[in-house]
Design a protein around this ligand. Structure first.
Ligand code: F6R
Length: 241
């Protein structure tokens, strides 16, 4: 595991965007696993900047997002499809046919999970970007006695709904279920880029990276990945020696 701690958020964003830029320049048809939430926003901003400065083109890139809320259409401004268009896809030259998220309004959710998994299995990500939940979740794989390997529907924990309520008009509007890639699909990526910011996540960072491997801390399973890169700001890394 390669852990880097940055003095400023901007340095972290530049470094992470630089990794994506380098990968895409070396492999123009790279497959990127992407995440939403507040953590990647600055990274996407820098990726767009790199694109605007002609340092990178996304024309040949394919993307798979980790998750999507059940019941939200792509034009709902709280859906992850909307988020990705707003922060990245509509601002670079990636063809929309090469961007993928689970379909939040799929009529047959089981079939949707199978469809998504078939795509992920056919072309595993060269790099999977991850944020970290306060309870150790990755994607929407919440702490549990058992974890699913493949794409599935999860009932969101109240603490996760509360954490995400800041993006919605009220907590009642936060969906109760989401599609998520399973931990098995996440671990299939060639490399994993875990990004964490903020002092409120220092404890879970320490637990996930140095504690026992347990399904009760889903991110702890990342310790088993041969190419795990962890980018932290100083606050998130403060409990690591
Ligand atoms: C988002 C996702 C989640 C978030 C996590 C952290 O696609 O899968 O696991 O990465 O909840 O969220 P933020 O970045 O908002 O703190």
């Amino acid at each position: 595991m390669d852990i880097k701690i940055f003095e400023t958020t901007e340095q972290l964003d530049e470094y992470a965007a630089g990794l994506f830029t380098k990968l895409i320049n070396e492999k123009p048809n790279a497959v990127l696993g992407l995440a939403t939430g507040s953590t990647p926003i600055g990274i996407y901003e820098k990726m767009v900047e790199n694109f605007n400065h002609k340092k990178v083109s996304f024309k040949g890139v394919t993307t798979y997002n980790l998750d999507e809320y059940v019941g939200l259409t792509p034009d709902n401004d709280q859906s992850y499809a909307y988020y990705m268009n707003k922060h990245l896809f509509s601002r670079v030259d990636i063809p929309s046919s090469q961007t993928h998220l689970p379909n939040g309004i799929a009529e047959d959710p089981e079939a949707e999970c199978k469809r998504y998994d078939a795509m992920l299995n056919a072309r595993p990500a060269d790099i999977q970007l991850l944020g970290l939940g306060h309870n150790g979740h990755i994607g929407f794989n919440e702490p549990s006695e058992n974890l699913n390997a493949g794409t599935h529907i999860v009932k969101l924990k109240e603490e996760t709904r509360e954490a995400n309520a800041r993006f919605f008009a009220s907590i009642d509007d936060v969906p109760r279920e989401a599609f998520t890639m399973g931990v098995g699909s996440i671990l299939k990526a060639n490399a994993i880029l875990l990004v964490v910011r903020g002092s409120d996540k220092a404890r879970i960072v320490k637990e996930a990276l140095t504690g026992p491997i347990s399904t009760e801390v889903p991110a702890s399973l990342l310790q088993t990945h041969p190419r795990l890169i962890v980018l932290l700001d100083r606050e998130a890394g403060r409990m690591l020696e």
